[in-house]
Design a protein around this ligand. Structure first.
Ligand code: NAP
Length: 286
């Protein structure tokens, strides 16, 4: 990503904040252990944001890992502010984006951010068309000032990515995608041809992890867990996919990292492909 090479299995730090990604976790030492265990097992790509907590997740990353190893790539995102009730609110003015970059720098203890994803919030939970020229130009200005090395996008459409690439060099896209939620199939191929990394969020289904009879059946057949199969499917699906599964548990972390060594035979892939196709059919004809 950008000018950096990372292992395909990274780690998403969102689960390290308190319930609802708001406030501190119940057990801060456990959160620190998860991060240290991730790095001890070869993770060199961590996804975060200063709006997780807010501030909490970045502060835990700093406490656990600073000074950071040279090969660690920390990717953050800006574009939202949390309300006092934990709500997620768009924050796209030049001033808000500048403050967000400085919040990330301060709480992570960095002089420059490796990659900043502009998280589009026209629709908080899904994608919606609309020009992103103004906020992206603000982020590009922060890049010119040397505070941001590379720019990525999150929660975006193909049209928004095309618009963005006329303004800045886009190194990665982070959208919701997993074996049951496949609306980005064509986009992933488009990005692969352009040499842009695709980093799915909710790779395991997010707050309600994936559950499906086909997934359990394949897992049993291969002697793996359903979550490992879901991650292995993503790794095999396209070469530009990089993973950032989230967990607050060392045991789940180890389980997820081991999925990098799981090979899915073609008959298993066919079974798993039916999950997303069946869901798309149901959505089209409810
Ligand atoms: N750009 C965006 O808008 C956006 C949105 C959401 C997330 N993200 C990023 O994407 C990363 C990944 O998303 P996510 O963490 O929300 O969702 P996820 O990786 O799909 O799933 C996380 C959930 O799965 C559980 N889990 C993880 N490993 C498991 C295992 N081996 N067995 C059973 N359950 C397991 C976790 O609970 P436990 O803690 O109990 O393991 C947690 O509830 C985040 O950390 C964040 O960095 C970005």
């Amino acid at each position: 990503m950008g000018n950096r090479t990372v292992n395909r299995m990274g780690y998403g730090a969102m689960q390290l904040a308190g319930p609802g990604v708001f406030g501190p976790p119940k057990d801060r030492q456990a959160a620190i252990s998860v991060l240290r265990e991730a790095l001890a097992n070869g993770v060199n790509h961590i996804d975060t944001s200063d709006f997780y907590g807010p501030h909490v997740t970045n502060q835990i990353i700093r406490e656990a890992l600073h000074p950071y190893p040279r090969d660690l790539l920390i990717v953050t995102k800006i574009g939202a502010l949390r309300g006092e009730d934990g709500s997620w609110n768009p924050a796209f003015s030049a001033g808000e984006l500048t403050r967000a970059v400085h919040d990330n720098l301060r709480n992570l203890g960095l002089d420059a951010l490796d990659i900043v994803n502009l998280r589009i919030m026209f629709d908080v939970h899904g994608r919606a068309e609309g020009s992103i020229e103004a906020p992206l130009s603000s982020l590009a200005e922060l890049q010119r000032q040397g505070l941001v090395r590379h720019i990525g996008l999150s929660n975006v459409t193909s049209r928004q990515i095309a618009e963005a690439r006329n303004i800045a060099n886009v190194v990665c896209v982070q959208n919701q995608y997993n074996l049951a939620h496949r609306s980005d199939d064509a986009l992933i191929d488009e990005l692969a041809s352009a040499g842009i990394a695709y980093v799915p969020f909710f790779p395991l289904g997010g707050f309600t992890p994936l559950q499906s009879a086909e997934l359990s059946e394949v897992a049993t057949r291969l002697g793996a867990t359903p979550m490992q199969v879901a991650l292995a499917w993503l790794l095999q699906h396209a070469p530009n996919i990089l993973l950032i599964p989230g967990t607050a548990s060392v045991a789940h972390l180890r389980e997820n990292l081991a999925a990098a060594d799981l090979h899915l035979p073609s008959d298993s892939v066919e079974t798993l492909n039916r999950i997303g196709t069946a869901k798309a059919r149901t959505e089209a004809h409810p």
